[in-house]
Design a protein around this ligand. Structure first.
Ligand code: NAD
Ligand code: TYD
Length: 379
């Protein structure tokens, strides 16, 4: 039986990852370590942690004694580090927190793993590692910086981050590689493009747009909306991480992307059109709308769900123009392909939000509202 330490699993991708693992494998045990920041919600994984196979510990990845205690108690085989401050806009507001969690927190976990996993040293002084262990760092394509109209990020693209968020993730990657080179630690890194899907916190583009449409609010598009992101359905990302941990080569980086580039404006327009279409074909979904306009026939009006909701707002500082991943390596070595097309994934995602408004309300009460008002004014 393999035991995983999965950090940050009360957040978006980590939660989807443990749900994926628990469904796929019977003979595993997972310990979730999560500080439950504004982005972490215990409700998201309440059904998963309620048994011996999955244990929840509230704590900071930067806490040395807690990390040592967990390694000693559970004898982890795998560490999968999702825990991070993950939002670029917040990193522009408060960079230091990103250094603390994303860099120092990661380094603390690397050290705890090293103290627990090293079994001796070879004659040249390099550590010998317990068989089968792996430290997996969940990284991002944003470490490569920004592309122009042409080209793709490969694993050989030089690291060139621009935002405080991506600079902190790059630094964490470099520490992971430093532990590989200095201590021969068995590590791996996945660098993934923008994810979307269930449990995505509504400060990020797609869930924010869905939430605002349902509330009849305007849809803030930064700059002229021409920035390009490469969108990947979250379950495809989870499959990629599982493959890399179990079959990927130690010491390697794997880029993970969907070959699904879209401008932000296209994403917003597609989201509007998909919500409109779903509400046309399933009138019961209209009850979810917070803005209820009744037509003369007594129906809930949806004619206002159109592109006129789009508002162009001030651009993000240092806004990266384009991200696009070349996933050839993970495809050729591990047979990974993105299985969910954007057309299918966006419908699944929107339907999930329509059916889980209680979750949205739970995660966006309190602190989120203050953040929204600060970022966008009271639109
Ligand atoms: P998220 O913000 O939804 O979740 C982050 C989780 O980490 C939360 O549960 C939070 O409580 C927890 N956390 C934060 N600080 C912590 C600390 N000090 N100690 C313990 N737990 C802490 O993030 P996400 O979108 O799920 O991203 C997960 C990882 O994937 C991040 O490392 C991010 O950089 C990376 N990533 C995200 C995307 C994306 O599109 N969302 C794309 C590529 C890579
Ligand atoms: P985001 O979801 O924050 O992810 P990232 O910055 O990590 O790519 O943003 C995706 C794109 O959408 C990015 O180019 C910024 C843009 N964006 C908006 O235009 N409006 C918004 O309200 C938000 C949150 C993002």
């Amino acid at each position: 039986m393999k035991t995983y330490l999965v950090t940050g699993a009360a957040g978006f991708i980590g939660a989807n990852f443990i749900k994926y693992l628990l469904k796929r494998y019977d003979n595993i045990r997972i310990v979730v370590l999560d500080a439950l920041t504004y982005a972490g919600n215990l409700g998201t994984i309440a059904d998963d942690i309620d048994n011996d196979r999955c244990i929840f510990v509230r704590g900071d990845i930067g806490d040395r004694s807690l990390a040592d205690e967990l390694f000693a108690r559970y004898k982890f085989d795998y560490v999968v580090n999702f825990a991070a401050e993950s939002h670029v806009d917040r990193s522009i507001e408060n960079p230091q927190l990103f250094l603390q969690t994303n860099i120092l927190g990661t380094q603390n976990l690397l050290d705890a793993a090293r103290r627990s996993w090293v079994t001796g040293h070879d004659e040249t002084g390099y550590p010998l590692w317990r068989n089968g262990v792996r430290f997996h760092q969940v990284s991002t394509d944003e470490v490569y910086g920004s592309l122009g109209a042409e080209g793709y990020f490969t694993e050989h693209t030089p690291l060139c981050p621009h935002s405080p968020y991506s600079a902190s993730k790059t630094s964490a990657d470099l520490f992971v590689m430093a532990y590989r080179d200095t201590y021969h630690m068995p590590v791996s890194i996945t660098r993934c493009s923008n994810n979307y899907g269930p449990y995505h916190f509504p400060e990020k583009l797609i869930p924010l747009i869905i939430k605002n449409i349902l509330e009849g609010k305007s849809l803030p598009v930064y700059g002229d909306g021409s920035n390009v992101r490469d969108w990947l359905y979250v379950e495809d990302h989870c499959k990629a991480i599982d493959l890399v941990i179990s079959q990927g080569r130690a010491g390697e980086v794997y880029n993970v992307g969907g070959h699904n580039e879209k401008t932000n404006l296209e994403i917003v327009r597609l989201t509007i059109a998909t919500i409109h279409r779903l509400m046309e074909s399933h009138p019961e979904y209209r009850k979810v709308l917070k803005k209820q306009v009744i037509t003369p026939d007594g129906d809930i009006d949806i004619s206002w769900i159109n592109d006129s909701l789009i508002t162009f707002v001030k651009d993000r500082l240092g806004h990266d123009q384009r991200y696009a991943i070349d996933p050839t390596k993970i495809h050729n070595e591990l047979g990974w392909v993105p299985e969910t097309t954007f057309e299918v994934g966006i419908v699944k995602t929107i339907e999930w939000y329509l059916n889980h408004q209680d979750w949205v309300e739970e995660v966006t009460s309190g602190e989120y509202q203050k953040y929204y008002d600060r970022m966008y004014g009271n639109r």
